[in-house]
Write a protein that binds this ligand. Structure first.
Ligand SMILES: Cc1cc2nc3c(=O)[nH]c(=O)nc-3n(C[C@H](O)[C@H](O)[C@H](O)COP(=O)(O)OP(=O)(O)OC[C@H]3O[C@@H](n4cnc5c(N)ncnc54)[C@H](O)[C@@H]3O)c2cc1C
Length: 478
């Protein structure tokens, strides 16, 4: 993975730029000691690391605006950062960049139950949005598995999803408005507390723009009443393909569970050793959850269990109480941590039509043998959002490159069957050089023209998302 050479002229001005930033920020909000900037050298894609020149931690939108004015004046690249859990390298710094972290901006600004909205600063973690309203019977639906740590800022930038997004939609379906600071330090409000904004759908451009367009500092989010009840059922199968076919049949039948999650044997084994959730010994399992009143739950589950039985499950376990429900979810929620305990891994993220699940799972198995690297699958199957975890040894020369090549083949496969390079983790640097597989030169140029409008000097998170060769002329000109 290549990154452009850092600009030595900017690095030479580090002390002066830090001094300018201290004029508009409290002393403790500017970090320049290399021992401390190292904390920002990578995100969740830890295979790639580079400490930034400086990191700044503002507390208000106005401070963000001042930072952007200074960086714009000195042409300093800026990498916005929430909690740094991106799995696509979206928050990876360059050596000449300033990391602009919004973690200190974590307040709740307004809750309005009459209109079912909450307005927060974007450094607030996803789970603590629900934490602020659950006592009153409300919740915020998008639930990335990283929700304890990841921030609303990163959720908006990556248009994040989660297990329960099958029913409730992803971030873009639950975001009503943002306050954003432009690269020139202008503060803009886009959207608001109502369903649809007037004019062009700029909110649609910003959600999923991966820190390329502006720094999002506040968000107005839709909140929902907690459902009357929810019940998961665990299904074990003796092959990945059969489990994949079962998912496809549930979706085809028109039942809408809140979640359909998939795990294969390597992930089941690892999570059992890690969390001891009591999962069955099988090749693949599904967790299917439905919500509603008791009668609604039963009606949906009857249909789902009926479909599952046609696929000869080795286990069908319906949660009988909240304790059993929590145990069913325990393994799935611990899966990424459990896999990380046994191996280095790279987590991929591609989306496919659900009907292609059996074929794609089989091909991933075949590719795993061809590349000689093991792979575990744990993903949001109902959305067709695949997360193959490729296991490799970071200390073995050549293994990372092999892992990258294997990953590229899987993502090409997703596109080949009519899917997409990214489901919810974004492009970042991880899929940047594969964008040509999905998009023509003209498509990419049209997308970069949108960045030109918001960020004419290409200071914001440049060298991400767009293949280096395609963006080279723009970055050089800027
Ligand atoms: C164990 C684990 C499980 C995960 N599970 C899921 C999952 O189920 N679903 C899912 O969607 N993702 C998942 N992720 C990926 C990750 O958590 C999400 O992409 C998340 O939204 C990133 O949020 P963050 O605050 O950590 O963002 P960061 O990593 O800090 O940044 C992500 C991107 O957002 C940009 N950005 C950050 N702040 C701003 C801002 N204020 N304004 C503009 N741009 C900004 C950054 O420049 C970067 O491009 C998982 C990650 C881990 C480690």
């Amino acid at each position: 993975m290549d990154m452009p050479a850092p600009n030595s002229e900017i690095i030479a001005k580090k002390a002066m730029i830090a001094a300018r930033l201290r004029q508009v920020l409290p002393d403790r909000a500017v970090i320049e000691d290399p021992a401390e900037t190292r904390a920002y050298e990578c995100d969740g894609l830890s295979a790639y690391r580079c400490p930034p020149m400086l990191a700044v931690l503002p507390s208000t939108t106005e401070e963000v605006a001042e930072i952007m004015k200074i960086c714009n004046e000195y042409n300093v690249p800026v990498v916005p950062r929430g909690s740094g859990t991106s799995l696509a390298g979206g928050a990876l710094p360059t050596a000449d960049s300033v990391i602009l972290g919004v973690a200190r901006m974590n307040g709740v600004l307004e809750t309005d139950y009459d209109n079912r909205i909450i307005r927060v600063q974007t450094g607030r973690t996803n789970l603590s949005v629900t934490g602020a309203i659950e006592e009153d019977g409300f919740f915020y639906a998008p639930d990335p598995s990283s929700q304890l740590a990841c921030a609303i800022a990163g959720n908006i930038a990556m248009n994040s999803g989660g297990a329960h997004c099958l029913k409730y939609g992803v971030t873009s379906n639950n975001l009503l408005g943002v306050r954003m600071v432009t690269v020139a330090g202008e503060i803009m409000d886009i959207g608001g507390a109502h369903l649809d904004a007037a004019g062009l759908d700029l909110l649609g451009v910003i959600c999923g723009s991966e820190g390329q367009i502006g720094v999002v500092t506040e968000a107005t989010l839709r909140i929902l009443h907690k459902p009357e009840g929810a019940r998961p059922v665990l299904m074990g199968f003796d092959s990945n393909e059969v489990a994949g076919q079962c998912v496809s049949d549930i979706i085809k039948a028109g039942v809408l569970p809140v979640a359909i999650e998939f795990m294969d044997r390597p992930c089941i084994r690892a999570t059992e050793a890690f969390a001891g959730a009591g999962y069955p010994d099988c090749e693949a399992l599904l967790i299917v959850e439905v919500e509603g009143s008791d009668a609604e739950i039963q009606e949906q589950l009857d249909k789902i269990l009926d479909i599952a039985r046609r696929h000869n499950p080795v286990e069908l376990r319906e949660a009988q109480d909240a304790d059993q429900a929590a145990r069913i979810w325990l393994g799935r929620k611990s899966a990424f941590g459990a896999m990380g305990q046994i191996n280095d891994y790279m987590c991929l993220d591609g989306t496919i039509p659900v009907s292609e699940l059996p074929y794609v799972l089989r091909r991933i198995g075949e590719l795993s043998k061809e590349f000689g690297l093991d792979v575990g699958n744990v993903f949001h199957a109902g959305d067709g959002n695949m997360h193959p975890l490729i296991l490799y040894n970071a200390n073995k020369p050549g293994d990372l490159e092999k892992c990258e090549a294997f990953g590229a083949e899987i993502l090409k496969l997703c596109v080949e069957v009519g899917g997409c390079l990214t489901g919810e983790h974004g492009v970042g640097i991880e899929k940047r050089d594969l964008m040509n597989v999905q998009f023509s030169e003209a498509d990419l140029d049209a997308q970069m023209k949108i960045k030109d409008v918001f960020d004419p000097k290409w200071l914001l998170n440049a060298a991400k998302v767009f293949p280096l060769a395609n963006s080279q002329a723009r970055r050089t000109a800027a």
